[in-house]
Design a protein around this ligand. Structure first.
Ligand SMILES: [Mn+2]
Length: 377
């Protein structure tokens, strides 16, 4: 059995020691000193090494010995890109080899092992049979909690991705004309993001006309835009590794009815009420409540059918809901969405979403695209 002492990080590697230490601190608070990270995005976060393993075994083993010394071992199929620069011990194998005995050689069999949520059962169950550890626990939160607190460089990348998204919203509005379809607009967005400096969409764009907006996750289809329709855009890009995500709702070609105006202004008030209270120490649940109360007081409580928001970073949806059941306080450096909505089936739907960063004394709203009710076209 290897001791982490022998496997300590090379100082020349790309492995981020500060991030790895935060993960291990989080893990120790949960009673563990060894963990197998299998999520490729988390491995990238920790090492700067990117690989898509498909069905093959791929994991980063992190351990801390009794002296508090960190060790890391990368398990890589030989067809994966060379990982020797990472600064971890690299264990390679090929398609004809069973990687589980190699894992069993590395782990401490007398201690519990944290595994993350993406480690497939086809690997975990044989590891359990091989006795790789004294117990197996979901350790994802150790990595997720580290990823949730963005450093200054990450925050700049988050701001840049959202600035691109603000500009893309201008482009989206400019595409609105009678006869255009949801699908036509959605399918042109990637090219616009690339023109603006992003590399990809962070999720499939949502473009909804009229009553389609009552389905929060409507997939753009052949629905044609008519004067008097409401238009909802929920879009995001991925730029230099980080995600944006914003929703705006517009009225096309005609003033909204009094009813539509009331729905819109209620959602906007809910969005602003939540953003107004975000600060260190305030809980995710309190932020959700601030928005939900506005919608409930207006009588549409049952039609706000989802959590208020989600954390975001390297992935569009990261763990840590902004919801009534999440009682932890928010902390500086966290990034999440504030996206209240009212969905009236067969009638209309409005959602207004910004991304925010928790600061030392409040929050910074990353999106600057206006939110006041706007008639376009
Ligand atoms: Mn969102």
């Amino acid at each position: 059995m290897n001791t982490p002492d022998k496997d300590c990080f090379s100082p020349s590697g790309t492995l981020d020691l500060a991030r790895a230490r935060r993960v291990m601190d989080n893990l120790e608070r949960r009673g563990m000193r060894q963990m197998l990270v299998a999520d490729p995005m988390s491995i990238w976060y920790l090492t700067g090494y990117w690989n898509v393993p498909y069905e093959r075994f791929y994991a980063l083993y992190l351990a801390r010995n009794e002296a508090g010394r960190l060790g890391a071992t990368m398990f890589c199929n030989r067809l994966f890109p060379d990982a020797t620069h990472v600064g971890a011990r690299v264990v390679t194998f090929d398609d004809t080899e069973d990687p589980i005995p190699l894992v069993a050689e590395a782990t401490n069999h007398d201690e519990p092992l944290g595994v993350d949520k993406v480690l497939a059962a086809r690997w975990l169950l044989p590891m359990m049979e091989a006795g790789c550890a004294s117990g197996y626990h979901l350790g994802s939160a150790a990595v997720d909690d580290a990823r949730a607190i963005k450093d200054a460089r990450e925050l700049d990348l988050m701001r840049a991705a959202s600035a691109t998204n603000d500009r893309a919203m201008e482009w989206l509005v400019a595409q609105l004309h009678e006869g255009v379809t949801e699908h036509q607009i959605a399918s042109g967005l990637l090219a616009e993001y690339r023109r603006l400096g992003a590399q990809d969409v962070s999720f499939t764009p949502i473009v909804s006309f009229g009553a389609n907006a009552a389905d929060p996750h409507h997939e753009p289809d052949g629905t044609v835009l008519h004067k008097g329709d409401l238009v909802l855009f929920d879009v995001g890009c991925k730029q230099d590794g980080y995600c944006s995500d914003m929703t705006r709702t517009f009225f096309f070609g005609a003033e909204p009815s009094a009813h539509e105006r009331q729905v819109y202004e209620t959602v906007r008030a809910a969005n602003e009420a939540a953003e107004a209270i975000v600060a260190p120490g305030v809980t995710f649940a309190q932020i959700d409540r601030a928005a939900r109360k506005v919608i409930e007081d207006a009588g549409w409580g049952p039609y706000f059918t989802h959590r208020l928001g989600h954390q975001i970073g390297l992935e569009d949806h990261e763990p840590g809901d902004v919801s009534s059941t999440h009682d932890e306080p928010v902390r500086p450096g966290m990034c999440f969405s504030i996206e209240p909505g009212i969905y009236l089936p067969g009638d209309t739907g409005v959602r207004i979403e910004d991304l925010v960063i928790v600061t030392e004394d409040g929050c910074e709203v990353m999106n600057s695209y206006p939110k006041q009710l706007t008639v376009v076209g």
